[in-house]
Design a protein around this ligand. Structure first.
Ligand code: SF4
Length: 110
């Protein structure tokens, strides 16, 4: 089972504890299909707009064993409010650059 760290939107922490992420990750479903069944080893927020802290937090997740890093659906798909993060592409690019090609990046979780 692959180890994955999740980065979620700080703006949605008050209304979503990430329940669906924890449900679908072990089954390797939805956003986790590219890596199959996964164990969540860390669940952190982006640190707030504009998401610069996500880079250091992603690195921390890898240092704690993550083999892949997933951006939660609150960021890339705007769930559950219907508001996509306006900084997603830049944040993803910066995280991918920091982590290098060996760490798989998942664009969404469910
Ligand atoms: S940067 Fe994006 S993901 Fe982070 S708090 Fe702001 S809207 Fe949410």
């Amino acid at each position: 089972m692959k180890k994955v760290g999740i980065i979620r939107c700080q703006q949605t922490e008050d209304i979503c504890p990430g329940t669906t992420d924890f449900k679908v990750a072990p089954m390797g479903e939805l956003g986790f299909e590219p890596i199959g069944p996964a164990e969540i080893i860390g669940f952190v927020s982006c640190g707030g707009c504009p998401g610069k802290r996500a880079v250091a937090r992603a690195k921390m997740l890898v240092e704690r064993g993550a083999e892949a890093v997933a951006f939660a659906s609150c960021i890339s798909l705007g769930k559950p409010l219907g508001m996509v993060c306006p900084h997603f592409e830049l944040m993803k690019e910066a995280v991918a650059k920091k982590l290098g090609p060996e760490i798989q990046i998942l664009d969404y979780t469910h």
